[in-house]
Design a protein around this ligand. Structure first.
Ligand code: NDP
Length: 229
């Protein structure tokens, strides 16, 4: 199950997992659902839709074995100008939404004594960025969350990892200013944007059998942006 799997990085992850032979469900919020994948409506900020989405996926495919928490938003602005609701909205989607999805997936994984949780964070989490306080805070918190899950679930065959993309070509990155894009390219050793498929490759690895001894890891897919932080 891939949240926000109707476009961008989430869709690339969903397609990569389907290519591996998984039965993949993606969540969407009412936009056009992608062809060839089971699409279930879910807004991760609305608990009732989280429940109905899981119920539908379990009815069609059985318990969720792999959860990729990818849905995310930005509301970039300076802290001085930020209202409570702006900060909350980002935390509620990027962090609380991921918690809500993971908690709902866990009983099935625990019964199976196998599971893979992957949280899509951001390279910005480690270095911060002007105007990105809420986003960076929410994405940094995912690491603490995933690492706590790694402790809670490690002995039950369930791993919890984080991927931290740098600048990737999607609708989200297209919305940033030219100046910001230039800055990102200057601070990215590879000097170019990544593609959604680059993140999908990392997720495919972390959810595969060969990654069974990896948990609590943060895997950057960033062209070197923020490396070492
Ligand atoms: P997009 O803006 O292209 O897509 C975001 C996805 O999240 C959409 O499917 C959107 O659904 C979904 N979504 C947003 N809010 C909710 C919600 N409340 N409930 C359910 N789904 C929701 O972003 P990207 O593909 O670029 O980003 C995917 C992830 O990767 C995000 O977590 C982002 O923070 C992260 N990331 C992206 C980077 C980049 O450069 N692109 C860099 C680092 C991290 P809908 O179509 O309905 O709006």
């Amino acid at each position: 199950m891939v949240t926000g799997g109707n476009r961008g990085i989430g869709l690339a992850i969903a397609r990569a997992l389907a290519d591996e032979g998984h039965r993949v469900a993606v969540t969407h919020r009412g936009g056009p659902p992608p062809e060839g994948l089971l699409a279930v409506r879910c807004d991760v900020t609305e608990p009732a839709t989280v429940e109905s989405a899981f119920a539908e996926v379990e009815r069609e495919f059985g318990p969720v074995e792999i959860l990729v928490s990818n849905a995310g938003i930005t509301r970039d602005m300076l802290v001085l100008e930020m209202e409570d609701k702006d900060f909350h909205e980002v935390l509620e989607t990027n962090l609380v939404g991921a918690f809500r999805m993971a908690r709902r997936a866990l009983p099935g994984m625990l019964r199976a004594r196998w599971g893979r949780l992957v949280f899509v964070s951001s390279a910005i989490a480690a270095v911060g960025g002007p105007g990105q306080a809420s986003y960076a805070a929410s994405k940094a918190a995912l690491t603490g969350f995933a690492r706590s899950l790694a402790w809670e679930l490690g002995r039950r065959g369930i791993t919890a990892n984080v991927v931290a993309p740098g600048p990737i070509e999607t609708d989200m990155s297209a919305a940033v200013s030219e100046a910001r894009r230039d800055w990102a390219m200057q601070t990215t050793p590879l000097g170019r944007m990544g593609r959604p498929g680059d993140v999908a490759s990392a997720v495919r690895f972390l959810t595969g059998e060969e990654a069974h001894y990896i948990t609590g890891a943060v895997l950057p897919v960033s062209g070197g942006f923020g490396m070492g932080a």
